[in-house]
Design a binder for this molecule. Structure first.
Ligand code: F3S
Length: 665
């Protein structure tokens, strides 16, 4: 039997381990990417690691998420990140150049490589036949050292696409349909490989909407073959010379198969508050919509925005609706301007935003009280838009435009009638405007060594956890429900996101929208344990959802289930992730119960821990689903201590001399 594309790429990057699904594999990483509201911690960690220079072929630091300089904090962060990138040998994509994933796929990615990004939507890059994996910031810092990275060998799911999308139906419908089939955690431990004649009809930016939102299924990543569509895209990016055809073998063996006929798809909508809460848009009870956002890395490509503009042509945004548009890159913005689509948006009353993530991560455009918002982005968790009592619905750009016109959920066909067919004529440009003058290239090593790292008052320190205690006695600081997201743990907004470089400050807002008393309660408890339901830590990769609780003294999370990236972040930051052996035990525990674990450090390698509830006089078992290396990381007190030990054993020089400029307020 032949091999899937996923296995071919993993094999070509294999260093050690086992390629049996579920087992550990160590792989070489080619590229890394970070973004401004998480990367300060990543670069502070890289400073602590002590290496002189980044050890992957390309590292890019994107300044793209928070471009609202509401006070000194974010500009401080950007200056720090730019100086750290120069010092350690990373390129910088400056504010205004574009959203990380869209720029990375256009300017840096190439077929057959593996990238690791400190953002859960890194799988966006899979659209051009590369394996692009989202991880936490500490993992990116580790990858930046150049040492092989551990991955749980995934199962590979063949998604066989036939047919072609009808006009008015977007590739967003493909991934929403997949979410409906697979569900939020159905993709755990899997790579979704899209193949077949239907896949061949999809242009690269259409594919990115699918690979990007594969993150919502909990997947390791998603990938398309590097075929003629990828060649066309790379030619349009002036990089055809970097194209290599990468296809699965004709007789490739897969662990599962899903079939989808693109011609059968109709406009869909993901209803509040989960991206897998999907139904046909025409079946969704009509609601008065207050806000529409067409944008984000998911669905703000040239063709996405051009099609939305055509829906708007001759119409106006409904008087009850605020409609904003955030185009993914400067490159796409210029092409849309040249081709007259920006005019159409302005004529319709659409408000054009800065080129950034912005509203997608609650940085601006918060919906009103109890308001309904329609977005083309990828997440609709409670509070994701900055207002926990608002409702967010996810649709394609075509449906979002129609909704903005009608003031309630609508499809392009409802607005355009037969004319909807003209949407099928929109394609990506043959040649994009190629101008990398907003990318600051890496400095050569000799020059880089002289660059000082600039730290304003917002750049605090990276908290480093202690090793686990052998006899742990502490209360439950939180008993959480199912599907707690990292947005629940570390809420986002322009103000809160700008605090992510300052953990003592930010930790005060931990769980603020979920349980406003949590931070103070945990701080007073000193040491505590969190109890949670299914899919704990789903959503964004933000490692602050681990760092802040760790800083507040949380030692373990015992949950029914923990999302992949968050589980890794907990391990990296010294919080021991455990599962109820019997999920029914969750119901027996209460917040503030005192739990006791004797001989904890001896039980961790056994992957089974006896926990006593001293308050109730009962006991239960928690299990640890940890690889051998993860056991070591946990016992070492987190990834930073573990990595430094590893590098010392390897004889790597970790004594880099750093020059620092402290900027006092
Ligand atoms: Fe940015 Fe939202 Fe994408 S925060 S990277 S636009 S998921």
């Amino acid at each position: 039997m032949g091999e899937s594309l996923t296995k071919k790429i993993l094999r070509s990057h294999f260093v050690k381990g086992s390629m049996v699904p579920g087992e550990d594999i160590f792989i070489k990483i080619d590229q890394t990417l970070t973004h401004d509201i998480n990367a300060v911690m990543t670069y502070l960690a890289f400073e602590q690691i002590g290496m002189d220079r980044i050890g992957v072929e390309k590292a890019v630091s994107y300044l793209d998420h928070n471009l609202l300089y509401i006070d000194f904090k974010t500009p401080d962060d950007h200056i720090y990140l730019q100086s750290a990138a120069k010092r350690f040998g990373a390129a910088v994509s400056r504010p205004g150049n574009g959203i990380m994933h869209a720029v990375q796929v256009g300017r840096f990615g190439r077929p057959g490589i593996i990238s690791m990004g400190g953002d859960s939507h890194t799988p966006h890059g899979g659209a051009i036949g590369m394996l692009a994996i989202g991880v936490g910031g500490m993992d990116v810092a580790t990858a930046m050292t150049g040492i092989p990275m551990r991955l749980t060998m995934p199962k590979v799911v063949k998604v066989y696409l036939t047919g072609s999308l009808n006009p008015g139906v977007n590739s967003k419908e493909v991934i929403l349909q997949m979410l409906k089939i697979v569900s939020l955690k159905g993709g755990l431990g899997k790579v979704f490989e899209y193949v077949g004649p239907g896949a061949a009809t999809l242009e690269v930016p259409q594919r990115t909407a699918i690979t990007n939102m594969g993150a919502e299924m909990g997947a390791t990543t998603s990938i398309f073959p590097a075929d003629e569509q990828v060649r066309k895209f790379m030619r349009a990016q002036g990089r055809e010379d970097e194209f290599v055809e990468m296809l699965p073998d004709e007789d490739a063996e897969y662990d599962e198969v899903i079939e989808l006929n693109l011609s059968d798809l109709k406009p869909l909508i993901a209803c509040h508050p989960q991206p897998d809460n999907v139904m046909p848009l025409s079946d969704c009870p009509k609601k008065e919509v207050r806000q529409v956002f067409i944008g984000s890395c998911t669905n703000a490509s040239y063709a996405d925005v051009a099609r939305a503009a055509l829906v708007f042509k001759g119409h106006h945004v409904h008087e009850n609706v605020q409609c904003t548009c955030g185009i993914s890159t400067r490159q796409n913005y210029k092409a849309l301007l040249k081709d007259g689509y920006i005019d159409m948006l302005l004529d319709a009353g659409v408000r054009l935003l800065e080129i950034s993530c912005g509203p997608c991560c609650a940085i601006g455009q918060t919906p009103p009280t109890k308001g309904v918002a329609v977005r083309t982005s990828n997440r609709n968790f409670k509070g994701r838009a900055g207002n926990p009592n608002a409702e967010i619905y996810l649709t394609s750009p075509e449906s979002a435009a129609a909704t903005a016109i009608m003031g309630t959920f609508a499809t392009a066909e409802e607005v355009m009638g037969d004319q909807v067919k003209i949407l099928g004529d929109v394609h990506e440009p043959e040649l994009y405007d190629i101008n990398d003058n907003m990318i600051i290239p890496e400095l050569p090593p000799e020059e880089a060594r002289e660059v000082p790292i600039v730290k304003g008052p917002n750049i605090a320190f990276l908290p480093i956890p202690e090793k686990p205690e052998d006899h742990l006695v502490c209360p439950v600081s939180l008993k959480g429900r199912d599907n707690i997201s990292t947005d629940d743990i570390t809420p986002a907004s322009a103000e809160l996101s700008s605090m992510r470089s300052n953990i003592p400050l930010m930790s005060r807002y931990c769980y603020m929208r979920y349980d406003p008393d949590f931070a103070e309660r945990a701080r007073k408890m000193g040491r505590s344990i969190i109890i949670a339901g299914e899919n704990y830590g789903q959503g964004s990769s933000r490692e602050h959802a681990a760092i802040n609780p760790m800083y507040l003294g949380v030692k373990c999370v015992i949950a029914k289930n923990i999302a992949r990236i968050h589980r890794g972040n907990l391990i990296n930051h010294g919080i021991v992730p455990m599962y109820f052996e019997d999920k029914a035990d969750y119901d027996r525990l209460d917040q503030e119960d005192i739990l006791e674990i004797e001989g904890f450090t001896a039980q961790i390698p056994e992957r089974r821990v006896l926990v006593k509830d001293v308050t109730k006089g009962i006991s239960f078992y928690a299990v640890l689903d940890l690889s051998d290396e993860e056991v070591e990381i946990v016992l070492d007190g987190g990834q930073l201590r573990h990595l430094k030990k590893q590098l010392r054993e390897m004889g790597v020089d970790t004594g880099a001399r750093l020059k620092e400029i402290k900027v006092e307020a």
